[in-house]
Design a protein around this ligand. Sequence first.
Ligand code: NAD
Length: 586
Amino acid sequence: MERYDLRTEPSGRKRLAVPYRGARLLRHPMYTKGTAFTQEERVSLGLEGLLPHSVTTLEQQSRRVYASIQRKTDPLEKYIGLAALQDRNEYLFYRVLIDHIQEFLPIVYTPTVGRACQEFSHIFRRARGLWITPEHRGQIADVLKNAPFEDIRLIVVTDNERILGLGDQGVGGMGIPIGKLALYTAAAGIPPWQTLPISLDVGTDNMDLLDDEFYLGWRAPRLRGPEYDSLVEEFVQAVKRVFPRALLQWEDFKKLNAFRLLDRYRKTLPSFNDDIQGTAAVGVAALLAGSRATGIPLRQQRVLFFGSGAAGIGIGRLVRETLRGEGLEGEALTTATAHLDLQGLLMDDDPMLDPVQRAFAWPAELADRMGLVPDRRRDLEAVIRAYQPTVLIGVSASPGAFTEGAIREMARHTVRPLVLALSNPTSKAEAKPEDILAWSEGRALVATGSPSDAVTFEGRVHRIGQGNNVFIFPGVGLGALVSEAREVTDGMFAAAARQLAREVRDDDLEAGSLFPSTARIRDITAHVAEAVVREARDSGVANRPLEDGLIPGVLAEAIWNPTSYLPSDPAPLRPAGTEASMPIFV
Ligand code: NAD
């Protein structure tokens, strides 16, 4: 592992110890500046003749690259182009990504990243991150030590079993940790050399992948049971040992493992699950902002969940906690949310319920009282007629599940229904925004999980908000790191949710959107991080409690920006065998 030594001088100039020269330096994505190396730097770093003559600025490089990416029409080609840029020159990649964040979010993340995961073994060019397979048992700490840089602060790990709404993608799931970490850097300024994507490649049960001659993963059925658990345990202990300052994000694990691992390890090392907790904060933020738009206070909302998996139960838990905080209890708390899954409304006499769903099951007597006799409990429209929800949240990855009848029924009881069709990628959404608006006569406030174009209904333009977890996880991660939190608490997610709701402006709501524009992501992230730092301090989990007045300054200092650096003498850092005598530019 190498140390990446970037310092800011009192003048504000960035100085980077550069341990390579010549062709090796030019090819290193974390050190190269490409054509932005000045003539003096080219002389002193052994780059003469290795570059075309003209020197360009980072801004010029960014404009040039942007133009070449724009020439590609297929989103997957854009993804491949951006991934290749990231592998070539990370400063430039992040400059381009930040400058065009709204345009490239759907490329580096959902929906395009979904296709990239599905086609991973076919479009593979260069490895990034670490793969851990069952063959590494007993040596996982050594594998972690193969990470390119030593001071890792943020790890996103997946076992690839539930990639977006696309199921088991085996080795291809790696696209998700890579994409999420790119967003951490773009939105929260987490330095890329402090991030590490990891795939626990424990095999796959996806037969198409196992039958594919190009499949790049560990070619075996999924490891399960005690062997899986002991591999994860070794991994967690190794992370603690090798990267003691790292925050760990569990990503795209299948529901029961997602909840189990979160609960087992959240106090072992600072860790969280974005699919459960990040989604929860996004959902609660939508409810809070929606309450402002509809005038119905949160405690009077009735929230119907379609899909009771990691996301549905995650949002349900945070909604319930928030309502409990507002004084709701007993039956009022139980009926504030209703949860459907494949078997219909979750009922407490159902022996098939999994342990996390059971907390949200209704007593049969309650459903009967609402007229929801057993054969009606399976039918979304019948449940809507009886329960009269003000909010409908789709997290089922079941496209088309919000039928015309269901939405019309909802709009009959609610003046401004909130309809969140959150399943990703776009092909999995429960309904199309234009249909939801048409069936609700333009009255619904609609949000989707992936980006959607604005919809014009009867002459009025409705902006469709994106319930993107990117509004939450970068701020939570940054806040947890800056406050050196020992644990990432649900309170930190609740604080993030409240802050995100505040970021939704009145003009967003008037335009029909329950979320702010992703173009504002850097500002929003900084504000979310501030709220998280305050909450970490107040709840006593911060090793570095910060007073309110200090927080913005400390955050600003922690946020990395892709600006050009001056190379400096790497003498104390130079790995054996590389050349000596780097000059110091002043
Ligand atoms: P999951 O597999 O844990 O849960 C999905 C649940 O939906 C399962 O319990 C499944 O049984 C149920 N389901 C499937 N078809 C159904 C049907 N026809 N009727 C009722 N229930 C049905 O997955 P998850 O992590 O909860 O994610 C679900 C979806 O939500 C995914 O598409 C994911 O991409 C999306 N999601 C979006 C966001 C966001 O927009 N911010 C965040 C997280 C997850």
